[in-house]
Each structure stands twice: as structure tokens, then as C-alpha cells.
Write a protein that binds this ligand. Sequence first.
Ligand code: SAM
Ligand code: SF4
Length: 297
Amino acid sequence: MLIDNHGRNINYLRLAVTDSCNLRCFYCMPENGIKYVNRKDLLTFEEMERLVRVFSELGVSKLRITGGEPFVRKGIMEFLEKASSIQKLEEINITTNGTFTADKVGELERLGIKSINLSLDSLDKKRFFDITRRDEFDNVMKTFDQLLQSTIKVKINMVVMDGRNIDDLLPMVELTKNKQVDVRFIEEMPFNGTEGQGNATIWPASKILSHIEQKYDLEKIVDPPNSTSTNYQPVGHTGNIGIIAAYTRSFCGSCNRIRLTPQGILRTCLYSNLGVNFRDLMRDGASDLEVGDQLKR
Ligand code: SAM
Ligand code: SF4
């Protein structure tokens, strides 16, 4: 097991397979002028597979694929096929915007992908466009329908933003009534995009909760270990809801994560700019043992 010097068991790797994306969610990416990383500076899928395998030998048992948008990178399905055969890896989960995913759901199911977090900030086509600046709502909904028909567990991630999607809060809870879907409401973090400042202070988790409680009876349910969300069961609903206080609360005490950027930099904390470059280590010829030792360090 990988136990860090705060006694936390680090068993969860979040792997960003690309920095590119086909959407321009205003809280995440600027509309124009994005400087994507040069291809040669990105980890190759072979390098990613090697890191996941070495890390899994040391105790990383959960992998989340994220980005950018994972499905914009060519070769992602072949990579998932290989990753799914890494023996010590117990689960693979994916976070996606769902725009390219509908026709891949069957294959993802076959590969044993455990869960997919679908980012969907609005159930209204126009509001979706205003937030993402792209006309992809119908494709995302197609993915949602496919996922509901599959064995893959599906969660919706909705970033809550004043003046943008507050009217979606209650319809999102309603979605959990008869559908096998969980919804996670996320406070907006102010550091990603260029325009998204201050929404979490206007809509903190406490306010999101009281807004929902005006219409729904919520029962507190036990939060899974290392959960970043505080979870509730709307009485009589099939799915549950959770609120992620990404900005107003700290999860550090129960954090079990490490993150790999598309360039292969390993970060032990979302809020840190420090990191260790595993890409250069591998390209300089490090053995698996040396890669593993670096992770332990
Ligand atoms: N493109 C994929 C997607 O949108 O699901 C995966 C990458 S995206 C960066 C992962 C998640 O981070 C999404 O659910 C997105 O809504 C969330 N996110 C991005 N910027 C955020 C911010 N400033 N505050 C809160 N959540 C954010
Ligand atoms: Fe793309 Fe995801 Fe960022 Fe939206 S949140 S711009 S879909 S990476």
C-alpha cells in the first residue's frame, strides 16, 4: 500500500489523457487563444499504460480517466482495452462531457468500465449552449440514454453557477426519481477558466442544499469512504444526490488521490503547482523499479 506521510492510503489515480476539448465551458476554458500542449510533450498511451501498471503494483487500485475531454484523443479505446487488463487495477472510471461517447457505450461496458461521470450542467438546450459555447446538447443526451440502458453506473456532474443554471437544480433532482442515476452538484472552483469568478460564494453547498430541501425531503445517507460529496437520498427516488463543496470545504484529511497531467507530471494535490515529471524520467530510460521508487518518494 502507498501510505503518505499524513497516514493517508493513496490508491486512486486521476489520469488526464489530454488537455484538448471540443467544448468551451466558460468556467474551465477560455473561448479563444488556448495553447494546447505539443503532441511530443504529451504522454503517449504506451507511457500511460506503463505508469498505471507500475503504480498499480504499488497499491493504486482505482483509475479515473479524465482530461480535457478523454474521447477527443485518438487511441483512447485501445488504451482502455489495455488498461482494463492490468491485473491489480480493480476499477476504471471515466469523466466525460459525453459528446463523443454514445456509440462507445457498448464497448465500454464490455471492457468493464465501472462508472461514468457525465458532465451536464443543464437540461435545457439553450442554457447548455450558453455554458459550453457549443451546440452538443443532443449528443450528450444520447450518451445519457445509452448509459442508462447499460450496466455502467452513471453519475451526472453539474457545476452550480449563479445566473446560469440555478433553474436546473430541481429538474436535476427530479431526474433521480425514476432513473438509475445519481446527480452531483459541484461548487464552482474559481481557478480554472478566465471568467468563472465567485459563483461558489454565491451558491455554496449549504445554499444548494436548502434550495433543494424546499421541494424535496432528503435523507442523509452514509458517504462512501474518501467521498468528496455529502450525499442524500430524496425520499422515494431511485437515484441519490450529492453536493461537492469543492470550494468552501477541504477534503484533505480523507484524500486518497494522485493526479497525472497529460504531460506526465504527478501532482499529489489539486491545489499545488509542484509535481514530479514522470514523462522525462521514463524518456531518460528509468526502469520500472526506478519509476516506482520515484512514486514512493
Ligand atoms: N471533459 C470532461 C468533462 O467535462 O467531464 C472531463 C474533464 S473536466 C475538467 C472534469 C470535471 O471538472 C467536469 O465535471 C467539470 O464540470 C469539472 N470542472 C471543470 N472546471 C471546474 C470548475 N472551475 N469548478 C468546478 N468544476 C469544474
Ligand atoms: Fe471541456 Fe470538460 Fe472543461 Fe467543459 S469541463 S471545457 S467539457 S474539459
